[in-house]
Design a protein around this ligand. Structure first.
Ligand code: URA
Length: 280
């Protein structure tokens, strides 16, 4: 019984239901049936009453025709991606971009996330890493890559002398944790990616590292898999024509599941180190 209740609570949290709306629970099924007069004026928010318990409905004038639909753009509208792009492109500093992301209400993921996870490390660091999406730890703390895979990422970068104190700057293509780690919709990805592209543009790192297949596909706009692309330098072109050397590499979460692949990631790290030395 207790295990069942705990499992239900965990499921609620995974779905993003992590707050109670009142101090005391209300059993609405046990609420008394309102008298007919009250029933006639009950607001639209009241729970429906079972038909058998309902008093005969008074004869009333037919309701007016419904008003034309108004309100926010539907959550899956491509217009939202356009809005995000316009907003992002209007930002001329990272501080403005961060404020724009934090204030953006168009992405449904924000409604279930505890925090906006923007970036960590020092902007202007030589390396910028772009991962996939915040997980539960990142959502709780509001920082990217702070869970177990983030700790592995820190150790890997540390092995070539780079830390978050000036060596690398880190973010994700999504700024909010998808509830239950579900796959984000195309629109959700598109909106976040609009901000992420501007993020790269404004951070202008010497080297861009894309961690994992999802980030690689989104940022490089390719269908090619990570296994084929990792370890090979490619270029990410900014609006002013600058080409940023870009290294696709395995995601640390994948390395935790497949430690044998760490050998290849070590080669990627050595290539990043060499490139940074060449670039001076
Ligand atoms: N995985 C990611 O891709 N990003 C994070 O921030 C944490 C885990």
């Amino acid at each position: 019984m207790i295990e069942g209740a705990a499992a239900l609570l965990r499921w609620y949290v995974d779905q993003g239901v992590d707050e109670a709306v009142g101090e005391e629970p209300v059993d609405r099924f046990a609420a008394p049936t309102p008298p007919p007069a009250a029933a006639a004026t009950a607001t639209a928010t009241a729970m429906p009453i079972a038909p058998a318990a309902r008093a005969p409905a008074p004869v009333r004038a037919p309701p007016p025709p419904p008003a034309a639909p108004r309100g926010p753009v539907p959550l899956e509208s491509p217009q939202l991606v356009e809005d995000a792009r316009a907003l992002a492109n209007g930002c001329s500093t990272l501080a403005e971009l961060e404020a724009a992301v934090r204030g953006f209400e168009g992405c449904a993921l924000k409604r279930t996330a505890k925090n906006t996870v923007f970036a960590d490390g020092i902007a202007g660091a030589p390396v910028m890493i772009v991962g996939e999406a915040p997980g539960a730890d990142e959502d709780r703390l509001g920082k990217p890559f702070v869970g177990v895979s983030g700790q592995l990422m820190d150790r890997m970068m540390g092995a070539i002398g780079l830390t978050r104190d000036g060596g690398f700057y880190i973010t994700n293509i999504l700024f909010w944790r998808p509830p239950g780690n579900r796959t984000p919709t195309t629109t959700e990805q598109g909106m976040c990616l609009a901000f992420t592209r501007r993020h790269i543009e404004l951070a202008k790192p010497k080297v861009l590292v894309l961690a994992g297949g999802v980030a690689v596909k989104a940022v490089l706009d390719t269908t090619e898999g990570i296994t084929r692309l990792r370890g090979k330098w490619t270029g990410y072109t900014l609006g002013d024509g600058t080409v940023i050397p870009t290294m696709p590499t395995f995601h640390p979460a994948y390395l935790l599941r497949t430690p044998a692949s760490k050998r290849q990631s070590w080669q990627d790290l050595l290539a990043i180190d060499k490139k940074l030395k060449e670039l001076g």
